[in-house]
Write a protein that binds this ligand. Structure first.
Ligand code: SF4
Length: 237
């Protein structure tokens, strides 16, 4: 299992629960604003899933979050790790994904291995190539499929967008929320320029809380539950 980090205790990564977070290496996208891209290339270690599980201090954890990178690019180890966590601790598991691999997520859900799915919807789909160097039409289809599967199986699904004002506008949010309107929660996240791996993004302006709230209210026209996550805190609209 290729990982580049573990956080033993987080209060931010699993909504309303203390959690431990495992960061799996590898990704099939190349988002210019990624904070982990260079870090995961430099700091990846290959450790058997059981050893990863044993090395997490779960003393205060009520859940596990599997993040990355993109965890589904290591499908077998991801599944094995989730099986170990469920067998040994039976803790709720949240999976963070970029939505590129529906089949792996479906397998995890059908085996009862995940409880919360957080899917990045990075931008309006025609802008995907510019922002994530990935095919947007594929993600558009996948997100619709993931929402459908989660609804059928009773899994909580969050869709989330990191808002970059110099790359996006209100129309993008309309496009996104129109596609993800069946999700349980839509999150607008504040773009943080400081740790972007591409220099171009490090020069871009960050959105204000007021802008995010205004866009969040646009999202609320389609989705009942909307949250804004910014450096100033978490705001449920
Ligand atoms: S999908 Fe996530 S991990 Fe992959 S490049 Fe984009 S932000 Fe980074």
């Amino acid at each position: 299992m290729k990982i580049f980090g573990i956080i033993d205790l987080s209060t931010l990564d699993y909504p309303k629960r203390c959690s431990s977070v495992v960061f799996m290496s590898g990704c099939n996208m190349r988002c210019g604003y990624c904070h982990n891209y260079l870090h995961m290339k430099r700091n990846t270690r290959d450790i058997p899933p059981y050893k990863v599980y044993k090395s997490i201090d779960l003393t205060f954890s009520e859940a596990i979050v599997i993040s990355g990178g993109e965890p589904t690019v290591q499908p077998q180890t991801l599944i094995e790790f989730c099986r170990i966590v469920k067998r040994e601790e039976n803790l709720p598991i949240k999976l963070d994904t970029n939505g590129s691999n529906v089949d792996v997520v479906k397998e995890l859900i059908q085996e009862g291995l995940i409880d919360y799915l957080a899917v990045d919807v990075k931008c309006a789909f025609e802008k995907y190539w510019d922002i994530a160097q990935y095919e947007g039409s594929k993600i558009e289809d996948n997100v619709k499929k993931l929402i459908k599967i989660c609804k059928k199986e009773g899994i909580f699904i969050e869709c989330r967008t990191t808002y970059i004002p110099e790359k996006m506008d209100k129309e993008d949010i309309y496009t996104i929320v129109n596609t993800v309107k069946g999700c349980n929660l839509y999150a607008l996240q504040q773009f943080d320029s400081e740790h972007c791996w591409k220099e171009e993004y490090r020069k871009m302006r960050e959105p204000t809380l007021e802008e995010l709230v205004e866009l969040g209210n646009v999202a609320k026209e389609y989705i009942p539950n909307v949250v804004v996550r910014s450096k100033e805190g978490i705001l449920y609209l």
